[in-house]
Design a protein around this ligand. Structure first.
Ligand SMILES: [Zn+2]
Length: 125
């Protein structure tokens, strides 16, 4: 009986220390420059995606230190973009960057096939 309580007390202290470490880590993360936080954001979204791929029901929510993170891309007015709705790459719908085209051999073949079909339909060009 006494041993069990001692062990539980140990676990409680461990948990408390762990919570304190987590809190400090989160406060440190909140003070990071936006570029670093965007890196953390991408890692967070990768973890979410991994959970979804593994079919896990639980997916971690956005950590508090990532709430309010902005896109930050340089806009035409020269100011950083202030959008907070971000894709997995840490940028907003306007600043994700253009597609770099098909990557896999099958995808490339498909794209080429569609190009040929389009040219046939249009006649020339
Ligand atoms: Zn943006």
């Amino acid at each position: 009986m006494g041993r069990t309580f001692a062990a539980l007390a140990h676990i409680e202290t461990d948990l408390r220390e762990w919570a304190e470490r987590m809190r400090v880590a989160e406060e440190d993360a909140a003070r990071l420059p936006d570029d670093e936080r965007r890196k953390l954001f991408r890692e967070h979204r990768e973890r979410q995606q991994a959970a979804a791929d593994a079919g896990r029901y639980y997916r971690e929510g956005r950590p508090s230190y990532l709430i309010g993170l902005t896109c930050g891309a340089r806009t035409r007015s020269g100011k950083p973009c202030g959008m907070t709705a971000l894709h997995a790459n840490g940028r907003c719908i306007w600043h994700g960057g253009m597609s770099t085209g098909p990557r896999t051999p099958e995808g490339r073949a498909r794209a080429l096939e569609n190009l040929k079909l389009g040219r046939l339909k249009r006649g020339k060009s």
